[in-house]
Write a protein that binds this ligand. Structure first.
Ligand code: HH2
Length: 286
């Protein structure tokens, strides 16, 4: 299955047409996760951390990822907010170092001022875990001609896992995404990706229901992203307490997502995902 995303600014690998640039790809693309959060700055200083982040993004590109998602603020359950200037200090040097190298750069942020500066520095796409709820975020993306990934989250990161509840999780999440997509497009955002937000204000049952209902979401006109990489649901299912040990479970969830039409999977173990998806594609081609 072919997927496409429209931009109103030049993007590596995209085709130019009268209304802008369209990036298209066959099957499920990988979005590699590049976190530039404090731990990565704690030893070796900022220079070493920047070099390591840039090297990691280059390795992901060589492995075959289509997008690299740069994040300067953790959105894990219980995470404390980071001021905009600190987030910018973390992400801007990485964007500047990578822009022009041929990777599509996504920036994971909830703040309009961070999104605006990131796009001005050469990022191409905004990944907003609050689904462009903030009208200023919609205006920033529209002005820069950048599409956005709209994610569903119940509550906010600090408290979202306390007591998530829904009357009908699938209907509520899909309904929310369609409303946010309409609002974003009406505000002039060139295109959107939809993401049900695995682990964001959801119990294991909610996450599984959303993953099982993927065929409904992927039937619609917008590309769908799934981000299950190293998340707690894998611990609940398979008893894997340490996040860094959860890549096999992440792959299983993402291969399921790919089989059911996900256009993008967001992953830490980016090269392993590219490899597994290529094998699955070869099997399906027969
Ligand atoms: N999950 C995280 C962050 N950003 N963006 C999208 N679109 N979908 C997701 O599922 C998603 C996301 C997870 O939180 P974080 O604390 O940033 O951890 P990591 O980036 O290491 O996954």
């Amino acid at each position: 299955m072919r997927h496409a995303l429209t931009f109103r600014r030049p993007v590596p690998g995209a085709e130019r047409h009268a209304d802008g640039w369209t990036l298209s790809w066959e099957g499920t693309a990988v979005m590699g996760i590049l976190n530039v959060t404090p731990d990565s700055f704690s030893d070796g200083g900022r220079h070493a951390a920047l070099d390591a982040a840039v090297a990691s993004a280059r390795a992901m590109r060589e492995a075959g990822v289509l997008f690299v998602d740069i994040g300067g603020e953790s959105t894990r359950p219980g995470a404390a907010p980071v001021p905009a200037h600190e987030e910018l200090d973390r992400v801007l040097p990485v964007i500047r170092a990578l822009s022009g190298e041929g990777t599509v750069l996504s920036v994971d942020t909830m703040k309009p001022e961070v999104a605006a500066a990131a796009l001005a520095a050469g990022a191409h796409l905004i990944n907003d875990v609050t689904g462009l709820r903030d009208p200023q975020m919609r205006a920033v993306c529209a002005d820069a001609g950048a599409p956005a990934c709209l994610m569903h989250m119940q509550g906010e990161p600090r408290t979202m896992q306390r007591d998530p509840h829904y009357a009908d999780v699938v209907q509520e999440v899909h309904g929310y995404l369609h409303v946010q997509a309409r609002e974003a497009l009406a505000a002039g955002v060139p295109d959107v990706i939809l993401d049900p937000g695995i682990g964001f204000g959801k119990t294991l049952d909610h996450n599984l229901a959303l993953l099982r209902a993927l065929p409904e979401l992927t039937e619609g006109p917008h590309p769908v992203l799934i981000g299950a990489s190293r998340k707690r649901l894998i611990d609940f299912i398979a008893d894997v307490p340490e996040a860094q040990d959860r890549d096999p479970g992440s792959l299983a969830l993402h291969l399921h997502a790919a089989r059911h039409g996900a256009a993008i999977v967001r992953a830490h173990a980016a090269a392993a995902h590219v490899q597994a998806l290529r094998v699955q594609t070869a099997l399906n081609a027969g």
